[in-house]
Design a protein. Structure first.
Length: 313
């Protein structure tokens, strides 16, 4: 199960009922944050979630509306006596930018591990999250992120027996690729069937439409994408400022075959995104206008994991 909360949906500047852009996910006791605009801390608290479990922060780019809430969040985490290290992933220059911001939040008592993205596309595996950062098309270096929770194959008793795997290794091999017992190494493919469909969320904001975004969003259970403008007459402005309209985001969602599209990163001038949904849904019926603290619990298709545990007699 993956919990997803769209903490803020605003672009450029916060509004009384619209925080700046941020997304938070929770999986197996570990939380991940993408971007940290102004108002992120407040939205986390209003959602009833905690920042204590945030282990990973992914930054799309270094514009203020995506990173201005970071020093305050890190300071609050420090004041709450956090001691565990925090990983921050982002474009080149990440360490320099964040350390500059921390001038106003000195004395952070935990270690920050900076991971600067070196390629146009780069993979990371942290705390059960399979993260793919991919370059998008904005007026500064900017990345989108796909987050996947992988799912191994179903445990097969007969397969384990045929491969001579002792029962004491059955449970460990459902949680790790290999397990050594009495000097013999056993691998997970000796007890598991084919991999099953996991959970995938793709997040992209501040970009023009690209085939790369479509590629990385393909098959997502949830595609969260910038929709800066709903007004069709602002298409030229979107092109000039390297942003997207609702219609362009919907076209990419349709091409990628995603299950659902949440629009976000609205222009401050966009008051009622719901007003444009009738036309947008002609392009992609599964479009939802994002709102601050919109929440979704994403489950595996059959809603459960099949874990064989050795039973004591």
């Amino acid at each position: 199960m993956l919990d997803v909360c769209l903490l803020g949906t605003g672009g450029m500047m916060p509004l009384p009922r619209r925080a700046l852009t941020a997304l938070m996910t929770r999986f197996s006791g570990s939380s991940l944050l993408i971007d940290c605009g102004e108002g992120t801390q407040v939205s986390i608290r209003e959602q009833g979630w905690s920042f204590h479990s945030i282990d990973i922060i992914c930054i799309t780019h270094f514009h203020g509306d995506h990173i201005s809430g970071l020093p305050g969040l890190l300071l609050s985490m420090g004041n709450a006596e956090r001691s565990a290290p925090l990983t921050i992933i982002g474009p080149k220059g990440l360490k320099r930018i964040v350390q500059s911001l921390l001038v106003i939040a000195p004395g952070i008592p935990f270690r920050i591990e900076y991971v600067e993205i070196e390629e146009d596309e780069q993979q990371f595996i942290l705390n059960g999250y399979h993260i793919c950062a991919f370059k998008v098309k904005h007026n500064v270096l900017c990345y989108g992120y796909s987050i996947e929770i992988m799912r191994s194959g179903k445990f097969e008793v007969e397969k384990a027996k045929e491969n001579g795997v002792p029962m004491k290794a059955w449970s460990p091999l459902q949680k790790a690729d290999r397990f050594e017992l009495d000097g013999v190494v056993y691998t997970s493919d000796m007890v598991l069937g084919p991999k099953r469909q996991g959970i995938k969320v793709t997040y992209c904001t501040d970009s023009r439409p690209t085939e790369g975004i479509v590629k990385h969003a393909r098959g997502s259970d949830l595609f969260i994408c910038e929709g800066m403008y709903g007004e069709k007459e602002k298409a030229a402005s979107a092109r000039e400022k390297k942003h997207m309209t609702f219609y362009e985001a919907a076209e990419m969602a349709a091409k990628a075959g995603v299950s659902e599209l949440w629009l976000t990163h609205y222009s401050p001038s966009l008051v009622q995104p719901e007003y444009f949904m009738k036309e947008v849904r002609k392009i992609f019926p599964g479009t939802v206008p994002g709102k601050d603290r919109m929440y979704r619990e994403l489950n595996f298709i059959d809603g459960k994991e099949d874990i064989y545990e050795e039973k004591s007699e």
